[in-house]
Write a protein that binds this ligand. Sequence first.
Ligand code: C2E
Ligand code: CA
Ligand code: CA
Ligand code: CA
Length: 278
Amino acid sequence: AKQLGKNNYQLYSVSKDIISYKNFSLEKDMRTAIEKEEFEVYFQPQVETSTGIIQGAEALIRWNHAEWGLVSPGEFIPLAEENHLIHQIGDWVIEHVCKQLRKWKDKGYTLRPIAINVSPIRFIKKGLVEFVSSMLNKYDIPAKYVELEITEGSMLKNEPVVLNTLKELRDLGISIAIDDFGTGHSSLTYIQQFSADTIKIDKSFIQDITAENSSGAAITSSVLHLARGMEMKVVAEGVEEYEQLEFLNQHECDEVQGYLFSKPVPLESFEQMLETGY
Ligand code: C2E
Ligand code: CA
Ligand code: CA
Ligand code: CA
């Protein structure tokens, strides 16, 4: 930073102070955010590639903070993983989604599977299976409407607890999606041993599909080819452009998720989409 000159250095250090102040403030307020009902769940539709029909959605948490406004999970989930509040927050999301599925059922909607992100830390801690199972019972929701998204990283920790948890969840009837596929170091064969149902190709590859001299298209088509052979479903993340959609449709990708169809939206907007199917 020194060779940038004095002024640049000051600018850098001021913005760094703001970030650490914000992190400090978020961390402090996180403890009471659940009671104060400041968390909200947005939904981003996952649509059938060839038709655009909604097949399900991913639940994405948002924090309506009194001072900072809408805070994105990219900012507070890492903090929650450090201070272990991720367990409470993660469980809140699971309960919230099950409760919502029950409301939709009561309203007469055709239910669609909702995918919930599970932090690797939560995944490894005991009691996840029991908690999910108790929520399904409490809200009387068939397990097939809940999908859990875990990253490759949490599966690579080849611990018996990971294998057992995955097996028990699948025995309940819950499906498992591998999130951000391609960013870790696993292979599809490895993932098949864990019997995941769905692969989510990371958005970095999708956004590279149309870029010149990039490997995005080659990687995407080979993941699709292999996944088909293994009878796993593939969802492409971060689809923003029509050309990407066209490529994914030609290569028979099952579902797409991205801004091209919809951003993650609050409940009311998502319900409007469910009513029309698009
Ligand atoms: P993720 O699981 O990979 O979620 C996808 C992220 O990509 C979301 O960001 C979504 O808004 C964004 N996205 C969707 N379509 C597009 C697109 O077309 N282009 C681009 N550039 N981005 C797109 P979001 O909602 O900010 O979430 C960020 C991350 O925070 C998530 O990444 C996930 O790792 C974590 N997260 C979100 N909700 C939860 C939660 O309830 N629990 C846990 N443990 N983590 C969560
Ligand atoms: Ca889905
Ligand atoms: Ca995800
Ligand atoms: Ca992802």
